[in-house]
Design a protein around this ligand. Structure first.
Ligand SMILES: [Zn+2]
Length: 106
């Protein structure tokens, strides 16, 4: 974002799609809602909490400032075009198994 207008914790009144992982944010779930201007366009981005944490980790550890919608694994700072099996160090992350199961389903 070039600049942020609001960045807040919200409770979902209806299902949304997480910008980071593309999975659903369920009704009643708390999520992070960030709105602002980016390249001249107004954007509203919604993140699962774990994906918000992952995006901050991606920013600080890997300097990820831009990403394509749904580019990453849920709760991880690893892009979906990488194979999870190649990153056993991520197994300590509680979302690793979730993503592994999902990847195997295809
Ligand atoms: Zn997500």
């Amino acid at each position: 974002m070039d600049w942020t207008i609001s960045d807040r914790e919200v409770t979902a009144r209806k299902p949304h799609t997480c910008i980071w992982c593309g999975e659903q944010i369920a009704k009643g779930e708390n999520y992070r809602d960030v709105s602002g201007k980016y390249n001249g366009d107004f954007q509203v981005n919604k993140y699962h909490w774990e994906c918000s944490t992952a995006s901050l980790e991606a920013l600080h550890k890997h300097d990820v400032r831009e990403f394509e919608p749904h580019e990453f694994y849920r709760g991880l700072s690893l892009p979906r075009d990488e194979r999870l099996e190649n990153y056993p160090e991520l197994a300590a992350n509680p979302w690793y198994i979730h993503n592994l199961r999902r990847e195997k389903r295809g």
